[in-house]
Design a protein around this ligand. Structure first.
Ligand code: 5GP
Length: 189
């Protein structure tokens, strides 16, 4: 998505350790117009899938996910990053966070994810795929089907995307970054 790439070049900062900071439009301040275009792009790429639910993970996946929910007129449910107070009706799983370097217990209610659901998982970034693995497991626990996964930014130099595609998942990434070396942002052609 050309407009997204331009915005990443304009506002993004490549930090040491392979981290891209995009706090001015995606991870802290949000640009609703760009977010709506992101959602429209996802909607076009996902048009042939029998999706009836959008699943994301708090916090930064929620903005693109809810915009996509509006465009596709589908419910959006976000996986919580805190351990549930009661385990009743909750599906749980541990996920390692790349940016925070710690393990979270993520959870989702079985009221909102069932065997009738055909899911697209939406998130801000795809790096090593740990968040995606967590969602795959929660969907398996609930009996729901993953139809596709959509990421605003994929860091192609980390291995999450390649591994998920090799396993047959339909991974849609709107901008794929191949290198952040020397603090320079390089996209995949
Ligand atoms: P993964 O689970 O695929 O290893 O990493 C994806 C998650 O880590 C995303 O939900 C995102 O919040 C965070 N993340 C990974 N890499 C980056 C990055 O370069 N910049 C930012 N802002 N978040 C990242």
């Amino acid at each position: 998505m050309e407009k997204l790439k331009q915005r990443i070049l304009q506002d993004g900062r490549a930090l040491d350790g392979g981290i891209l900071k995009v706090d001015s439009f995606l991870n802290h301040q949000l640009d609703p117009n760009l977010m709506m275009e992101i959602a429209r792009n996802f909607a076009v790429r996902l048009a042939d899938k029998p999706i009836n639910k959008i699943v994301t993970i708090e916090a930064s996946g929620i903005a693109p996910a809810v915009m996509l929910g509006y465009v596709m007129q589908l419910p959006v449910v976000f996986v919580k990053k805190k351990a549930p107070l009661t385990m009743e009706n909750m599906l749980v799983r541990e996920v390692f966070s790349f940016t925070k370097n710690r393990v979270y217990t993520v959870s989702i209610s079985q009221d909102f994810l069932t065997e009738n659901d055909h899911v697209v998982f939406i998130d801000d970034f795809l790096a090593n795929g740990n968040a995606a693995r967590g969602i795959i497991d929660l969907c398996a626990q609930s009996g729901s089907t993953i139809e596709a996964m959509g990421f605003v930014i994929e860091k192609g130099f980390q291995k999450g995307g390649d591994a998920l595609r090799a396993e047959g998942y339909d991974v849609v990434s709107l901008a794929i970054i191949d290198s952040l070396e020397n603090n320079e942002i390089k996209f995949r052609e």
